[in-house]
Design a protein around this ligand. Structure first.
Ligand code: MRU
Length: 351
């Protein structure tokens, strides 16, 4: 079935070459960059050329295959040791989204379990594993969409924050998946996308990709959230996440917490959409999730415009934690999980 998303794919694996869409240049420039080294991939992830929790996991898995090609003739112990070194390095590019570590751990586990004797053969299996991670993510997005579809009735207004869309995944996104499927089903609804300072994922990415697909989308600056929620135009919020802790606390793009608090104030349901690869039962609660701190210039500048002087102190946390008590439900590929989340999330992994 053709994807209802019409924006360009963020990751391409072409005959053993890894090409990443440079999302920092969207929406005006659609430019793919081939990844040829661990350092380049690290920078691409850190600079948000590839971004969004599932997408950085997929890119890391493929990137590891590219990097390991130089050790095809090495002994298996040396190949495995290098694999671990390179995976650790790539994993250090961003700390919050658990999908990065999840994908790299999956690659390392495959190497640990390999019972053959050839590094080149193991490398082939690693490529297949990266392709499986990519293909599975596409299927997970579709399943999230199917489980979330009923939440968007005709006439609904849906708010989202940041980009948990096709650009952030291998498929039709997480938060956007129910939107794409509702649109495909012919439902009439309206999406309100917060612009998402400092790096404008909402205006540059979410509003653009939904617009490309023909979905009715309205862009808001972040400080219009309360006013718009109060206006009666919004019936539900759906956001993505970079990590869900075992108790249901959720890390997502900075500003999400504010949206959740305001949604609760106005009695509007607040949903989080994610694949199980984003749920981390080893992290007990939101306090234990590492929050990425980014460069001050991202706040001082808006695009190319320097909006203040360099002497002004700046804070730039890239994510915040929404406590489980503000979350109405978590839409996963296996269904909608409702509170109490501790129980629902552990059951998800029980079978
Ligand atoms: O800094 P970013 O752009 O990588 O942040 C992305 C988000 O916060 C997304 O909501 C999250 O990764 C989920 S993507 C399906």
């Amino acid at each position: 079935m053709a994807s209802p998303a019409k924006s360009p794919v963020s990751i391409r694996w072409d005959n053993g070459e890894l090409w990443l869409l440079d999302q920092t240049r969207l929406p005006h420039h659609v430019n793919y960059e081939q990844q040829v080294s661990a350092e380049q991939l690290f920078d691409s992830i850190h600079q948000l050329k590839v971004r969004g929790a599932p997408a950085i996991g997929i890119a890391a898995a493929y990137g590891l295959c590219v990097v390991m090609r130089q050790w095809l003739d090495a002994s298996l112990p040396e190949f495995r040791q290098q694999l671990r070194v390179q995976a650790d390095f790539i994993n250090s590019s961003r700390p919050t989204a658990v999908n990065l570590k999840w994908a790299l751990d999956r690659m390392l586990a495959l190497a640990d379990d390999y019972s053959g004797s050839s590094s080149a053969e193991l490398h082939k299996s690693l490529v297949q594993e990266a392709q499986a991670i990519h293909a599975q993510d596409q299927a997970l997005c579709q399943a999230i969409g199917e489980h979330g579809l009923a939440l968007i009735p005709d006439g609904a207004g849906v708010m989202t924050h940041c980009n948990a869309g096709a650009l952030a995944t291998g498929g039709i996104g997480t938060a956007t998946a129910p939107m794409y499927l509702a649109h495909e089903a012919g439902r009439k609804f309206r999406v309100f996308a917060n612009e998402t300072r400092p790096l404008l994922q909402g205006s540059r990415l979410t509003s653009w990709e939904l617009h490309c697909a023909g979905i009715d989308v309205t862009l808001l600056t972040d400080n219009m959230t309360a006013h718009t929620l109060a206006s009666g135009q919004i019936q539900l919020v759906i956001v993505g996440t970079d990590r869900v802790a075992a108790n249901g606390d959720v890390a997502n793009k900075i500003g999400t917490l504010g949206v959740a608090i305001m949604a609760r104030h106005y009695g509007i349901p607040f949903y989080v959409a994610c694949p199980s690869s984003t749920i981390d039962l080893n992290t007990p609660d939101g306090k234990s999730i590492p929050i990425e701190q980014r460069h001050a210039d991202e706040v001082r500048r808006v695009g190319d415009y320097q909006a203040t002087v360099n002497e002004i102190a700046v804070q730039n946390p890239a994510f915040d934690i929404t406590p489980a008590e503000l979350v109405t439900g978590i839409i996963t590929e296996k269904g909608l999980i409702e509170p109490p989340f501790g129980e629902g999330l552990s059951k998800l992994f029980a079978g």
